[in-house]
Write a new protein. Structure first.
Length: 75
């Protein structure tokens, strides 16, 4: 299990898409950032769906793109 923490906060890693303007190819996101991105900005996922997908990725250590995050939450 590859559970990651940054400054004692649980984080997952997301890969940049070619359309993303990120500083690095892989960025760490905490739950609050994921809620901002996926529940408020990137398509209106429910908070519950974002929390469940975050937990799934955090426990597995899998690194996905923003699109992969959304697709996995819909599965």
């Amino acid at each position: 299990m590859a559970k990651k923490f940054l400054n004692d906060v649980a984080v997952i890693e997301l890969k940049a898409r070619t359309s993303d303007d990120w500083e690095h190819d892989v960025e760490a996101f905490d739950l609050g950032s994921c809620l901002d991105l996926f529940a408020r900005c990137e398509g209106g996922m429910s908070y519950e769906a974002v929390e469940a997908r975050f937990d799934e990725l955090w426990r597995s250590g899998e690194i996905v793109t923003v699109d992969g995050f959304k697709k996995g939450a819909q599965a």
